[in-house]
Design a protein around this ligand. Structure first.
Ligand code: AMP
Length: 483
C-alpha cells in the first residue's frame, strides 16, 4: 500500500517513534510532502492543521538532520539546524511537542521559545544547544538580539501557518529573521490559503518550490457533520445542552466572537453545573495552558474560546464544536469546525443562528459552496430561573498582535478584534432579520418522523437558509484548481 510509513525508509529511530504514535498510514499531505522534503526541495504546501502537516515536514526534516546526530555535551556540537516558525504560542507549543515525540529515540535536540513566558529557562535551553528550534517570531527576535540564538547554520526553515503570520502582522519580523539565515537552505511554507501576499512571500524566499495541495482551503472535512440551529440568543445555552444530552457528547469547544462573551458564557455554563473553562486573548499564557491541559485531561468538558485563542489548537477527538456566535468571517467557520473530525475521526459542528445572523450564514454558504439548512431544535419547556444573560453583545476581544505570542506592545495599532487586523472594518452588523420564521414563537416539529440523519436524534424542522439570504456579492474562489 502506497501510504504506509514503511515505504519511506525512515531511520529505525524515527520509524519506532511513528509506530508508537499509532499512525497506521500516512495522511495525504504526508504521502505527498515527505518524499519531496526528503530530497531537500523547497515546498509550498496548502494544508491546515489537522491534516497531519506537522509530521509531514518534521519527519523528513529530522531524517535529514540525523547526519548531525551526536552525543556530545558541548553546545557547539548542537547548533540550530532547523527553524520552525509559527504564529501563536499554543501552536508553537504543540508543534514542539510533536517534534519531541518524533525525535525521542534520536540524539537530536529540540526546543521551543515563545512569548508570555520568562526568557531565562528558554535561554538556558538554547545555550545548551538545540538542532531544531520551534519559535514564534517576536520571541525569537528577542533571543537573537540577546545573542541566545545563532542561526547561521540553519539548513531548514519552516514557515507554518504562514497566512496567519501575515494576518497577525509578522511580515517584518519574518523578513528580519530570514535575513539571519544562510541563503543555502531548504524552505518549507505551509498555509491554509495561497493569497497574493503568501505567493509574494514564497516568491521572495523559496526557490523553485514544489506545490503541494491536499484539500482546497475552504473545504470542510467530510467527516464533520454540520448542523445549523435557529436559536434566539437566550435559548442558545439550552440548545447546546440539548445537543450534548441527545448525542451523549461529553466534551466540546464552544466558539464565541468576543472576549467578553467568552467569559460570560463560561461563567453561565459553570453556574449551570458544567465543567467549563474560558480561553481568550486576555488570559495569561499560564492560564491558557492550564485550561488546555485540563480539557485534555478530561477535567474540563467545555472549552469556551475565541478564534484567536483557539487558533491552531490541536486536541484530538473533540467530538463537537459549537458556534455560539456565527463567526464574522466565513473563513473562521472553516477553522473552527476543523477542531473536530480531525485525522479521520468523525465530528459534529453545530452553529447557533440568531435572527441577525442570516448574512453571516450566507457568507459561509458561499465560501464552502454548500447549501446550508437552518433547523429548529425542539427544546423542552423553559425551566424557571433567573433570566438568561444577553449574548447579543459584540464587544470585541482586542488582543495585541504580539499577544499571540505573549509579547505585548502598548498602543499597538494592530489591536484587533478577535480576528486578524487586516479584516477589521470589514464587518458591518447584519440588518435585523424580519423573516417571520424568526419572529414566530417556538412551535413543536410538524412531524413526529425522526430526522433522517439520526434515528434517535432530536426532532427538527428544516428550513432552507437560502430563502432568508439576500443575494450577495460574489466571494472570490481562493483556489481555482482541480481537485
Ligand atoms: P497536525 O495537522 O500536524 O496538527 O496533526 C493533527 C493530528 O493528527 C495530530 O494529533 C497528529 O498526532 C495526528 N496525526 C498526524 N499524522 C497522523 C497519521 N498519519 N495518522 C493518524 N494521526 C496522525
Amino acid at each position: 500500500m502506497t501510504d504506509s510509513f514503511s515505504n519511506l525508509s525512515l531511520a529505525p529511530t524515527l520509524a519506532r517513534a511513528v509506530a508508537e504514535m499509532g499512525y497506521e498510514s500516512m495522511t495525504p499531505i504526508q504521502a505527498q510532502a515527505i518524499p519531496v522534503v526528503l530530497t531537500g526541495q523547497d515546498v509550498m504546501g496548502a494544508a491546515q492543521t489537522g491534516t497531519g502537516k506537522t509530521a509531514a515536514f518534521s519527519l523528513p526534516l529530522l531524517q535529514r538532520l540525523l547526519k548531525h546526530e551526536n552525543p556530545s555535551t558541548s553546545p557547539a556540537r548542537h547548533p540550530v539546524r532547523a527553524l520552525v516558525l509559527l504564529p501563536t504560542r499554543e501552536l508553537a507549543d504543540q508543534v514542539a511537542q510533536q517534534i519531541k515525540m518524533y525525535a525521542k529515540y534520536t540524539q537530536l535536540r529540540s526546543a521551543v521559545v515563545f512569548g508570555g513566558m520568562d526568557m531565562k529557562p528558554q535561554t538556558l535551553e538554547l545555550k545548551k544547544g538545540v538542532e531544531v528550534l520551534v519559535a514564534t517570531p517576536g520571541r525569537l527576535l528577542d533571543h537573537i538580539e540577546a545573542k541566545n540564538a545563532v542561526l547561521n547554520q540553519v539548513e531548514y526553515v519552516v514557515l507554518d501557518e504562514a497566512d496567519r503570520m501575515l494576518d497577525i502582522g509578522f511580515l517584518p519580523d519574518l523578513q528580519r529573521i530570514l535575513s539571519f539565515l544562510p541563503k543555502q537552505r531548504t524552505t518549507l511554507l505551509f498555509s491554509a490559503t495561497f493569497s497574493p501576499e503568501i505567493k509574494r512571500l514564497a516568491g521572495s524566499y523559496l526557490q523553485n518550490p514544489i506545490t503541494i495541495e491536499v484539500a482546497r482551503p475552504n473545504e470542510t472535512a467530510s467527516t464533520v457533520e454540520q448542523r445549523f440551529y435557529a436559536a434566539q440568543d437566550d435559548d442558545k445555552r439550552r440548545v447546546i445542552r440539548k445537543v450534548l444530552d441527545d448525542r451523549g457528547i461529553k466534551q466540546a469547544f464552544i466558539f464565541v466572537n468576543s472576549k467578553l462573551g467568552c467569559g460570560r458564557l463560561a461563567r453561565s455554563l459553570e453556574r449551570e453545573g458544567l465543567r467549563t473553562a474560558a480561553l481568550h486573548g486576555d488570559k495569561s499564557q499560564d492560564e491558557r495552558l492550564k485550561a488546555l491541559e485540563a480539557f485534555k485531561q478530561g477535567e474540563v468538558d467545555l472549552l469556551v474560546c475565541t478564534d484567536v485563542a483557539a487558533r491552531g489548537l490541536d486536541i484530538k477527538d473533540v467530538p463537537a464544536v459549537f458556534n455560539f456566535d456565527v463567526p464574522f468571517n466565513a473563513e473562521d467557520y472553516v477553522h473552527r469546525i476543523g477542531r473536530t473530525g480531525r485525522a479521520g475521526a468523525s465530528g459534529l459542528a453545530v452553529t447557533l443562528v440568531s435572527p441577525s445572523d442570516t448574512r453571516l450564514v450566507g457568507d459561509i454558504e458561499k465560501l464552502i459552496k454548500k447549501k446550508l439548512e437552518v433547523e429548529t431544535l425542539q427544546l423542552d419547556t423553559r425551566p424557571a430561573g433567573p433570566p438568561p444573560e444577553k449574548w447579543g453583545d459584540r464587544a470585541e476581544d482586542r488582543p495585541r498582535a504580539r499577544a499571540f505570542e505573549g509579547r505585548r506592545r502598548e498602543h499597538d495599532p494592530r489591536d484587533a478584534l478577535d480576528v486578524p487586523h487586516e479584516r477589521r472594518g470589514g464587518f458591518r452588523p447584519a440588518p435585523i432579520n424580519r423573516d417571520p420564521f424568526f419572529q414566530k414563537p417556538y412551535e413543536a416539529a410538524a412531524t413526529d418522523a425522526p430526522p433522517s440523519w439520526e434515528p434517535s436524534g432530536p426532532k427538527t424542522v428544516r428550513s432552507s437558509i437560502s430563502a432568508n439570504i439576500k443575494p450577495k456579492r460574489k466571494v472570490a474562489a481562493l483556489f481555482k484548481s482541480g481537485e
